[in-house]
Ligand binder design. Structure first.
Ligand code: NAD
Length: 241
C-alpha cells in the first residue's frame, strides 16, 4: 500500500515526548507519520511505520515523502547498555542523515539533552555557548554528545538541522520520572538527602518541550539563525530536588 506524503515524520513517535509532539502537530493541522520499534497508541490520523532506526530498509520505507523529521528516539538512559547507545544514538543517527539526504528531506530537528554540557559540577543559568562535557557522566550522555555533533555538522545550504536540549521532562503520561520516583519511594529508597537539600535540577514541562521543537522546525530554513545550532529548553525556574 502506498504511504501518503506527510509534513512530519516523528522517529520515536511512540515515546513520551514523541506522542505529545504528534498530538500537537495534528492540532496545528500538520500531517504526521510515526516511525518506532513499537506501537503504543492508536490514532487514525497518523500513519505508523514499525521499524528499527538502525535498519536501512526499515528507515527507507518511512522517510520518503516527508519534509521534516523529528528525531526523538533513544534507548532508555537507565538501560546502561553502551553498545546499544552507540548503535542507536550514533550509528542510527548517521544512517538517518544519509537517508534524509537521499529522500530529499529538508529539515531535521534532534531531541538532544542538556546533559551534553554536564560534567558533575553545578551549572546555574548556563547558556548554549558552554562547551560539550569533556568527561561525560555516562555512556548515554557520551552518545548524545556525538549524536548532536553529527546532526549539527550535517547542516548545509539545502538540508537544515538543529537540536533542542531539554533536561528532565515531566507532564501527563510521563512513564519515566514520576513512576521511577514513586517506585523508589514505595521501596523506602527516598529517605536520603544528598547535599544540603537545596540541590537544583532543571525540569521542563512536556508542553514547553513540544512547543520548542515545533518552533525550531517551523523556523529552520535558508538564512535562518536556527540552522546548525543547539538550543537549551527549560521552564522559567529550576526545581529543588
Ligand atoms: P521514550 O523512551 O519515552 O521514547 C523513545 C522512543 O524511541 C520509544 O518509543 C522507543 O521505542 C523508540 N526507539 C528506541 N530505539 C529505537 C530504534 N532503534 N528505532 C526506532 N525507535 C526507537 O523517551 P522520551 O522521554 O520520549 O525521550 C525522547 C528523546 O528525548 C530522547 O532522545 C531522549 O534522549 C531525549 N530526552 C529525554 C528526557 C526526558 O526527561 N524524558 C530528557 C532529555 C532528553
Amino acid at each position: 500500500m502506498a504511504i501518503m506524503d506527510a509534513d512530519y515524520l516523528v522517529i520515536g513517535g511512540c515515546g513520551f515526548l514523541g506522542q505529545h509532539l504528534c498530538e500537537r502537530l495534528l492540532e496545528r493541522g500538520y500531517s504526521v507519520r510515526v516511525f518506532d520499534i513499537r506501537k503504543t497508541f492508536e490514532n487514525e490520523k497518523i500513519t505508523f511505520i514499525i521499524g528499527d532506526l538502525c535498519k536501512k530498509e526499515d528507515l527507507m520505507a518511512a522517510i520518503q515523502g516527508v519534509s521534516c523529521v523529528f528525531h526523538c528516539a533513544s534507548p532508555s538512559p537507565l538501560s546502561n547498555n553502551r553498545e546499544l547507545f552507540h548503535k542507536v544514538n550514533v550509528e542510527g543517527t548517521k544512517l538517518l542523515i544519509q537517508l534524509c539526504k537521499w529522500a530529499g528531506v529538508q529539515r531535521l530537528v534532534l531531541t538532544s539533552s542538556a546533559s551534553v554540557v554536564y560534567e558533575g559540577k553545578d551549572i546555574k543559568g548556563g547558556h548554549e555557548d558552554l562547551p560539550y562535557a569533556a568527561q561525560p557522566i555516562d555512556a548515554y550522555t557520551e552518545t548524545k554528545i556525538m549524536q548532536e555533533q553529527i546532526v549539527l555538522a550535517a547542516n548545509t545550504k539545502d538540508f537544515y538541522t538543529c537540536a533542542v536540549r531539554p533536561h528532565g521532562i515531566f507532564g501527563p503520561r510521563d512513564p519515566h520520572l514520576l513512576p521511577t520516583a514513586v517506585d523508589l519511594a514505595r521501596r523506602g529508597k527516598f529517605k536520603f538527602i544528598i547535599g544540603d537539600g537545596k540541590n537544583l535540577v532543571d525540569f521542563t514541562y512536556i508542553d514547553n518541550v513540544v512547543h520548542g521543537h515545533i518552533l525550531a522546525s517551523e523556523n529552520l530554513g535558508g538564512g535562518s539563525v536556527v540552522c546548525g545550532k543547539a538550543y537549551n529548553i527549560t521552564n522559567d525556574e529550576p526545581i529543588y530536588f
